[in-house]
Write a protein that binds this ligand. Structure first.
Ligand SMILES: O=C(O)c1ccccc1N[C@@H]1O[C@H](COP(=O)(O)O)[C@@H](O)[C@H]1O
Length: 213
């Protein structure tokens, strides 16, 4: 496994889960958001997550989900974390963390340095910050293959454990790690042949590139 943690996100088949595990991913991400081409329903998510070995993290990605939706995913031990990728406030993040007793990752949409600085409001509420590119109004809040200016993270010491996401691929991930010092990288579009269609070859190439950085 690489010294940099790797989350391969938007997995929806046993084949690609298996490939990510073999490639050395530290975390597997499953999207539960019907507008996404990577959406998996609760039963499928639990089946995919349960099939993964216990040393690999299993993260559900949610967008402004209510408690009933979250409850359908949790409680079986299949998941190890919840990633909140919408407009959840620090208070909402803290409430979800307390009610569902799982570590919570909060995605932070970044366009400017002020977006990064404002993420300190989640200290004490979230367990990890995931800096992702701000996406255009009316599109998905993530999974668009867009990157932000990574130099914005230079000289930043986030108050929480953190990761980098948005537009990463085997071709650019080493540059991203060099510029930001990210301890965790999260990828979705960069390991796909088309939206929602993961590529085993690209999963392998991404994880290999991270290990070789
Ligand atoms: O992937 C999606 O469809 C998605 C939908 C809604 C919220 C988040 C989503 N994905 C997350 O966005 C990051 C960045 O994706 P990309 O690599 O730029 O395509 C991804 O890692 C997921 O955590």
């Amino acid at each position: 496994m690489s010294r940099i943690a790797i989350k391969t996100c938007g997995l929806s088949t046993p084949e690609t889960v298996g490939a990510a595990v073999r490639a050395g991913a530290s975390h597997l991400g499953f999207i539960h958001f019907p507008k996404s081409p990577r959406h998996v329903d609760a039963d499928r998510m639990k089946a995919l997550a349960s099939a993964a070995p216990s040393h690999v993290g299993r993260v559900a990605v949610l967008v402004d989900a209510d408690d009933d939706q979250i409850a359908q995913l949790t409680g079986t031990g299949a998941l190890t974390a919840l990633q909140l990728h919408g407009g959840e406030s620090p208070a909402r993040v803290a409430a979800i963390r307390q009610r569902f007793a799982l570590p919570v990752w909060k995605a932070i949409s970044v366009k400017t340095r002020a977006d990064i600085d404002a993420a300190s409001a989640y200290a004490g509420a979230a367990d990890l910050l995931l800096f992702d590119a701000k996406t255009p109004e009316g599109t998905l809040p993530g999974g668009m293959g867009l990157r932000f200016d990574w130099t914005l993270l230079r000289d930043v010491s986030p108050s929480l454990p953190w990761g980098l996401s948005g537009g990463l691929s085997a071709d650019n991930v080493c540059e991203a790690i060099r510029l930001t010092g990210a301890p965790l990288v999260d990828v979705s579009s960069g390991i796909e042949d088309a939206p929602g269609i993961k590529s085993v070859d690209k999963i392998m190439a991404f994880c290999k590139a991270v290990s070789a950085c």
